[in-house]
Design a protein around this ligand. Sequence first.
Ligand SMILES: *Cc1c(COP(=O)(O)O)cnc(C)c1O
Length: 409
Amino acid sequence: MLSWDQSSSIALMQRERAWVEIDLTALTHNIQQIRTLLSPKTDLMAVVKADAYGHGSVTVAQTVLQAGATWLGVATIPEGIELREAGVEAPILIMGATHTAEQIRAIAHWNLQPTLCTPKQALVFSEAMGNSSHRQPLPVHIKLDTGMSRLGTPWQNAVEFVQLVQRLPNLAIASIYSHLATADDPDPTILRQQQHRYEQAVQACGFSTNSENSPKFHLANSAATLTDANLHYDLVRTGLVIYGLYPAGHLSDRIALKPVMQVKARISQVKTIQPGTGVSYGYQFVADRETQIAVIGIGYADGVPRNLSNKLTVLVRGQRVPQIGAITMDQIMLDVSTIPALQEGEVVTLLGQDGNQQILADDWATTLGTISWEILCSFKHRLPRVSVGKPYGDRRSVSRTWHSSNLQA
Ligand SMILES: *Cc1c(COP(=O)(O)O)cnc(C)c1O
């Protein structure tokens, strides 16, 4: 009788048409590199919102915590619960807004820490905690808007807001933080204005950013972390850099990062087409010579943006080859005329390194007029996340992660 067991699953995974590879060695390396910029008293928060920028939040969280990160940042309550359910114990800051008593109870139950943006929210939080069975005050993180015009109380109202929260029962201020709008811009004018507003607000509240017995202070995202140690305070909230990409070209010489994500797929079919033959929907590409093409099992439903049609370059046996015709939902075609005797089942690299060639999310972002953050987040769950490299310790989740030493065979 045919039985379906875990080894069958792994065998199937090894034949996947396409997948996202997560290099745990690179992830560990990046955390260690970022730590070299920080004073021993500054905590490193790994921002793992949006499924760790598409890398898989549980695997990333477990790896970065063993590599030297001490906090995790997420956007939503379910993102925090997913980490707790996987056994992650580090403090988790929810950076997005939460509002209802129901949400506060979930936050307290799962030992998460919310961001507090408005007086109304503070009242709801305090009351909800009073009505719950929790004895400990809820640690809350005060968010000030110093110029991003997104979440937070305007910095001019910081004193009023902080005093209100201090008076309310059941809440304890764990940190006061703000977020920068232009930290990746080579012109530091707005960054310095935001920093100045932040420090003024903190001082007006009667705190000093140097004192031991005060809440934590934090302002820096990846770009600010690379820019200036005076922006680090007690904690830095780094996302992009832990995944091995630079927030801006002018910041790329500070530390040596390694990209963590690679996107790979297999050749499903190889064929030769004659001059005048059209390729894919709409015949956006018509061969002007005899052309050898390879069909690859990945498409826009996996997260390869359709707007890259005819602009994408893919690595095949360490060479750059052009993608031709419209990108379809599940498949793309490559012109592989320069590569002899390609075999069906061979692996090609859409993002990542092959030989001495490398394609970065930044390359796609530049072509598309967007940012690398959006590219990383765009890969869909249809692509399994496969951990490679040496994990730091061995507490990885296996639930959504298939580790295979022989994936490319
Ligand atoms: C997403 C986010 C970060 C991380 O930003 P990166 O530029 O990826 O380092 C930090 N702080 C807040 C509030 C965020 O929303």
